[in-house]
Design a binder for this molecule. Structure first.
Ligand code: ADP
Ligand code: GLC
Length: 485
């Protein structure tokens, strides 16, 4: 199949969270399966280009115009291989839109930046004379793709006549809401009547909603989240539409790229390890992590790890009571990597001041430290309020780091509460979103840590679980197959 994959971030070129990991690993999987996958993303000025990647200009994709109402911008395309694969990435160059110091700016022209990306990607298909069977869009940024396919470019039957659209919801909390005044800037020309009219009447345009209305298939990144977003508590106002279209909604749990996230091959670790030498391997990684963070390595203590965007989604408001008690009375250490909301950063800075020999908070973004924390921690804390899928808990399982999660979204699909009697389960799961729930979970985890045999079983269960793309990616192929039958 010919698959056009559109995303606002793709690892390692540009990443703010899990979307980038998925937008690299899924296309790589599809490429390995023999499909012709072409990835489209912006040529941000902040792009991280690994040494192995050579970017070359595409001559026939040079200085092409896209008219978004009065805003006419030109783009030129560079291409390079997605690392570790044969997949071609097409970087849409348009300095006026993508020369910014961040991926997501909140600037007045965000609607332009991403409707431009979507339109430019479709235009590339036309100029390449390449007819996609599937146009796979991701999150609000490229959500207008399904609408464009059914309106502005539908005339081009030679290229788009057989194209079916898929829109994947990675996070319904971000929908791309803009003022209705922007509708003249979306390049819809005579097709604006296809936009959701009640939103317009209220003075708004919602990219995600319009995408969900027109997509041939809607996917989201776990089975549980697919059900949750059809309820008021999780749907952020789109639950009604999703219920109407529920026969088109499918949940496919994300996979993990084990060539990047596995302690057996991870080049960032002081020592590689697998399920058979996990004890020794983790001991060395733990020591190394603590040294890097300038925390004492003696006396030995379990290390709790956090790697996260610091936002309300991630549930850190719940951890104060339980974590405060553990740090005050028990021999534990805490390694935190993340940045985000000021209140949460303040909280972790405060913990570090209060417990300088036990807590280290690295405020910012560091790929290297993210890997080290996965390997050097014993427990990984992820008490999310909602979690479409979550990748870190799956990385933790593979690294023998027991996840403590709340039972929601992809966390519910991938982590099962350990049962000491049966020896089944791979982590600690709590249900109710409150302080008591997390406090119970942390206490349960630290008690289990004292029981070497139970701990070893739980950890082993996690390390042996297979969340590779080879399994999850097949679900996407099945869906594409149904759509194009
Ligand atoms: P989300 O996409 O909601 O942020 P996920 O668990 O799906 O959550 O994915 C998060 C990804 O971003 C993981 O690859 C994680 O390692 C990475 N990440 C998050 N915060 C940081 C950070 N501060 N530094 C490095 N990597 C981070
Ligand atoms: C979003 C979600 C996260 C998911 C990721 C990749 O950022 O918050 O749960 O794993 O997308 O799909």
């Amino acid at each position: 199949m010919n698959i056009a994959f559109l995303a606002s971030e793709v690892a390692p070129f540009a990443k703010s969270g899990g979307l980038a990991d998925v937008s690299a690993a899924l296309p790589a999987y599809l490429g390995r399966r023999g499909h012709d996958v072409r990835l489209f993303m912006p040529l941000y000025s902040t792009l991280n280009i690994p040494a192995e990647t050579e970017l070359v200009p595409v001559e026939y994709l040079h200085h092409l115009p896209v008219a978004l109402g009065p805003h006419v911008h030109h783009f030129s395309v560079f291409t390079g291989k997605l690392p570790g694969s044969e997949v071609d990435v097409y970087f849409i160059g348009c300095p006026a839109l993508y020369d910014r110091d961040r991926l997501y700016t909140g600037d007045w022209d965000d609607h332009l930046r991403f409707s431009f990306l979507t339109q430019a990607a479709l235009k590339c298909c036309q100029h390449m004379g390449w007819a996609p069977d599937i146009v796979h869009c991701n999150d609000w940024h490229t959500a207008l793709g399904p609408l464009y396919l059914k309106s502005t470019v539908a005339w081009d039957r030679g290229i788009f006549g057989n194209a079916r659209s898929v829109l994947t919801i990675h996070n319904i909390a971000y929908q791309g809401w803009f003022s209705a005044e922007t509708i003249g800037n979306l390049g819809l020309d005579g097709w604006a009547h296809m936009l959701h009219q009640e939103d317009l009447a209220r003075g708004m345009v919602n990219f995600m909603r319009n995408g969900l209305m027109w997509a041939d298939a809607i996917t989201t990144v776990s089975r549980t989240y697919a059900k949750e977003i059809q309820t008021e508590a999780y749907g952020n106002g789109l639950e009604g539409l999703l219920r109407q279209r529920s026969s088109r909604v499918v949940g496919i749990v994300n996979g993990v790229d084990y060539s990047i996230w596995s302690p057996e091959v991870d080049p960032r670790l002081p020592r590689n390890y697998g399920v058979d030498d996990v004890e020794e391997g983790k001991a060395e990684c733990r020591r190394y992590l603590l040294e890097q963070l300038k925390l004492p390595t003696e006396p030995e203590a379990p290390v709790l790890g956090i790697v996260s965007r610091l936002t309300a989604q991630k549930g850190f408001e719940l951890i104060r009571e339980g974590l405060g008690q553990a740090l005050r009375y028990l021999n534990v250490k805490l390694a935190v990597l993340g940045s985000g909301e000021a209140g949460l950063e303040e909280y972790f800075l405060g913990l570090e001041r209060q417990f300088p020999t036990k807590v280290c908070f690295y405020r910012g973004y560091s790929d290297e430290l993210a890997h080290l924390i996965e390997a050097g921690s014993d427990l990984f804390i992820m008490p999310s309020r909602f979690e479409p899928c979550g990748l870190n808990q799956m990385y933790s399982l593979k690294y023998g780091t027991v996840p403590i999660v709340r039972k929601t979204g992809g966390l519910a699909d991938t982590v099962q509460l350990f049962d000491r009697r049966t020896g089944e389960g791979n982590g600690i799961v709590f249900e109710h979103y409150d302080q008591a729930g997390f406090t119970w979970a942390l206490r349960t985890a630290l008690e289990l840590y004292q029981d070497q045999e139970a701990w070893a079983t739980m950890r082993r269960n996690g390390m042996l679980a297979d969340y590779s793309w080879d399994r999850q990616g097949a679900e996407y192929e099945k869906l594409y197959g149904l759509l194009t039958r």
